[in-house]
Design a binder for this molecule. Structure first.
Ligand code: BT5
Length: 327
């Protein structure tokens, strides 16, 4: 094994042991190296950004929260497209921008970009997405789509579903979807989706940006809709590596369905998780304000609303926000 493989092997061993310790002897023997090489490998792990907790007579373990690491996320991920390659950063402006910047690289389709923090994390329509360092998941997935198979409308819905399924953990209430791009737990926002489309090297390029509050959420006075985190719902911190893997796997399946045009599955699943149907809602779409009953969701055409004056309108996800809902 070369030195890099040794470091990865040690990282796997420590990660898999969770909160348990490894004695130095045990770790050296499990990774088939001598003590001097182990010390060098642990230094390299620290250099890679991992904090280690070393306790006399007990040994070593990864300090919580475990830093997001591409190797741990990619390991036996088993996806076809989404997350085939993953990169993790400490700080970026926006993971969506990094994903777009990577679009010209060979084999970039499906790339997953994660960051521990963002200087300019964004929501839709110029809004901000905030997340304290090393607490949450900030993830963007790059999809090169020259044939235009991945409609923005459908991908937004698909990403919401992937999140709702990926966060199904013990103690977490069922994730409900608020059209077009929010995932809520008991009415509080736990995640948001920002799908952006640009042309890069003459190819249609889509980035699915996902922010999930794993362990921290902004206070009510700082947000339009009250927020929550998975950790708050569960009563203990959530390990983010496994969470990222769950969401990437679910997104892989949903992106595949969208690419194959299996919209009915998308619609059915979405409807079963949507808390808004048949309720009277107020939607801001572009400059207009619409009030009426939500009749249906079309993964390609958006929300179908029966306005109070009897008129039916199709509202696209892009540029629309539900600002109020009643019975
Ligand atoms: C969204 O926009 O919900 C899309 C959020 C997408 C964020 C991800 S993080 C990775 C990737 N890189 C990026 O730069 N962005 C994506 P929108 O529906 O416009 O909601 C934005 C609003 O949510 C803000 O105006 C705040 O009121 C609220 N907000 C901001 N941070 C929040 C958080 N952590 N949790 C809950 N609400 C938040």
């Amino acid at each position: 094994m070369n030195q890099m493989d040794t470091v990865k092997r040690i990282l796997e061993l420590l990660y898999d042991r969770g909160e348990g310790f490894f004695t130095m002897e045990e770790l050296a023997s499990a990774s088939d190296i001598d003590r001097a090489d182990l010390d060098r490998a642990l230094d390299l792990l620290r250099h890679r950004g991992h904090a280690l907790e070393v306790v006399p007579y007990r040994g070593v373990r990864l300090a919580a929260p475990v830093r997001l690491d591409a190797h741990l996320i990619e390991r036996e991920l088993g996806t076809q497209r989404v997350g085939r390659c993953v990169i993790c950063f400490d700080q970026v402006d926006s993971t969506n921008d990094v994903a777009f910047d990577s679009a010209r690289s060979e084999g970039a389709d499906g790339l997953g970009v994660l960051a521990e923090s963002q200087r300019r994390g964004r929501g839709r329509m110029g809004r901000r997405w905030t997340s304290p360092r090393r607490t949450n998941l900030l993830l963007s997935v790059l999809l090169i789509d020259p044939e235009g198979e991945l409609a923005q409308e459908a991908l937004t819905v698909a990403a919401g579903l992937a999140i709702a399924e990926g966060i199904e953990l013990p103690g977490v209430p069922e994730g409900r979807l608020k059209w077009p791009n929010d995932v809520l737990l008991d009415g509080r926002k736990v995640a948001g989706v920002l799908v952006e489309i640009r042309t890069v090297a003459e190819k249609r390029t889509v980035v699915v940006g996902i922010g999930i509050n794993a362990n921290a959420s902004p206070p009510d006075e700082e947000v339009d809709l009250p927020a929550t985190s998975l950790g708050r719902e569960m009563g203990h911190p959530v390990e983010r590596t496994e969470l990222a893997r769950r969401v990437l796997r679910r997104l892989d399946e949903w992106v595949d369905r969208v690419a194959r045009g299996r919209m009915e599955e998308l619609r059915t699943e979405w409807m079963s998780r949507c808390g808004m149907l048949n309720r009277r809602i107020t939607v801001l779409s572009g400059e207009e304000r619409y009030v009426g009953r939500a009749l249906d969701i079309s993964p390609l055409e958006g929300l179908i609303l029966e306005c109070d004056d009897g008129q039916r309108v199709h509202l696209p996800a892009a540029g629309s926000t539900v600002v109020g809902w009643g019975d």
